[in-house]
Design a protein around this ligand. Structure first.
Ligand SMILES: NCc1[nH]cc(CCC(=O)O)c1CC(=O)O
Length: 302
């Protein structure tokens, strides 16, 4: 009998797609994975408060709780939604090969961007970078899962909205009327999926090892180290993208004020022998350039 692995998933279309992906990878490894939808945090009924267990992520909280309570064996997350510090006892067991890292703009016509326009996004990182490029635009808040956001874009008279390409590509909803925002720095770990399990679960750690993608894991490690050094959470106006080519890792990363008027952007490369601590060193450059003062201001409002 092959070992059963309960995969916890939230019930959005994107979350389900990602959980199915991990399920099929584990099946190929000879396991018997089953999906376990986890609805809401509802009656948590835990002995300890969430913060004492190190549970902080708004998107990941539900699955963290189910994991710690032993209701599921592993959880699948969009890695950019995962706080840099995992809850106590929870470990990163596999990072899947990265998809498209870009942000895309879904529009209703691309005429005259120099004029006043209203565009929608719920992300402070996207808003700040957009306003930095188009200071006379207005950016309105847009929340909800990918499907909800696409619907709201239909229902409103905004000129467009910003999405992660990866999310729309996964569920086959990327429309024709989009442009890739190659100038926008994506969220740390955008386009990557993380599978977590409990430190105390050797079966799952072993099962997940072969599906880990070392190159993606290294890139997102550098990006998240950059984020962590700035002490920004998942919602901070901070972007980071590491790419690997011929054993050289390039990091493009930035910190932005909420109105987009202040931008601290770096682009640095390292060979792999020096990659340890590279994300931290790049963040320290940003802090020195003025990012230190901006982060202090941001922490008051975020
Ligand atoms: N914060 C929501 C979220 N988390 C992961 C994705 C898409 C997949 C990814 O970026 O890895 C999205 C949607 C979006 O940002 O448009």
């Amino acid at each position: 009998m092959s070992k059963t692995i309960r995969i916890g998933t939230r019930d959005s279309e994107l979350a389900l797609w990602q959980a199915h992906k991990v399920k099929s990878l584990l099946e190929r490894e000879g396991y018997n994975p089953v999906l376990k939808p986890v609805k809401s945090t509802g009656d948590l009924n835990l002995d300890q408060p969430l913060y004492e267990m190190g549970i902080t992520g708004i998107f990941t909280k539900t699955l963290d709780v189910a994991l710690i309570k032993g209701e599921i064996d592993i959880a699948v997350h969009s890695m950019k939604d995962v706080p840099t510090a995992l809850p106590k006892g929870v470990v990163e067991a596999a990072v899947l090969p990265r998809a498209n890292t870009s942000d895309i703009f879904i529009h209703k016509g691309l005429d005259d961007f120099s004029s006043e326009k209203t565009i929608a996004t719920g992300s402070l990182r996207r808003k700040a970078q957009w306003l930095s490029k188009y200071p006379n635009h207005e950016v309105v808040n847009l929340r909800g899962n990918v499907n909800t956001r696409l619907q709201k874009l239909e229902d409103n008279d905004w000129s467009g909205a910003i999405f992660a390409a990866a999310g729309l590509e996964r569920i086959n909803l990327k429309p024709e009327n989009h442009v890739e925002l190659d100038w926008m720095i994506p969220a740390p770990a955008q386009g990557a999926m993380l599978v977590v399990t409990m430190e105390s679960n050797p079966t799952c750690k072993t099962a997940l090892k072969p599906i880990n993608h070392a190159e993606t894991a290294l890139a997102v490690k550098v990006e998240r180290e950059f984020l962590k050094t700035l002490e920004g959470g998942c919602t901070a106006p901070i972007g980071a993208l590491a790419t690997l080519e011929n054993s050289v890792l390039n990091l493009k990363a930035g910190l932005f004020s909420l109105d987009g008027k202040e931008c601290y952007v770096i682009e640095e490369s390292t060979d792999l022998e020096q990659v340890e601590g590279f994300g931290k060193r790049c963040a320290e450059l940003v802090l020195k350039q003025g990012g230190d003062r901006l982060m202090k201001e941001l922490r008051k409002v975020l």
